[in-house]
Design a binder for this molecule. Structure first.
Ligand SMILES: [Zn+2]
Length: 126
């Protein structure tokens, strides 16, 4: 999913009216103002959709977080060595950081993901 769509959904969620579904009352309760809820009866034709919409709205933030986390894993971050002789194991990252391993280089330390942006490290000569 494209980051713009994720952003669009997050913005829509922020502006959405809060409501909850009560299966026993078969109605929905809408927060008309802070902590003031009003029961409304949706059209009968919409009833099968209400529990689904309620579930999706409830879990949408976690779903979006998970999507972003998975997308970050596919992302890469190019690391350039600074100076192998003067500063061994020191890198400038594509996401704008500097990092030095205490001992050895990236490969010797089995570093796979950038700790700053979460992208998979691609090493290249500076
Ligand atoms: Zn990075």
């Amino acid at each position: 999913m494209k980051p713009e769509i994720i952003k669009e959904i997050r913005q829509a969620l922020e502006q959405a009216t809060r409501w909850t579904y009560d299966s026993e009352a078969t109605g929905i309760f809408v927060e008309v103002e802070k902590l003031r809820w009003r029961q409304v009866m949706p059209p009968r034709e919409m009833m099968p959709t209400i529990p689904v919409a309620c579930l999706l709205l409830q879990h949408a933030p976690a779903l979006l977080d998970e999507l972003e986390r998975l997308t970050a894993k596919q992302k890469t971050c190019r690391w350039h060595t600074i100076d192998e002789d003067e500063m061994p194991g020191t890198y400038k990252t594509e996401c704008g950081h500097m990092f030095s391993f205490c001992e050895g280089d990236r490969a010797e330390n089995d570093a796979v993901y950038c700790q700053y942006c979460g992208g998979k490290i691609k090493e290249s000569e500076s």
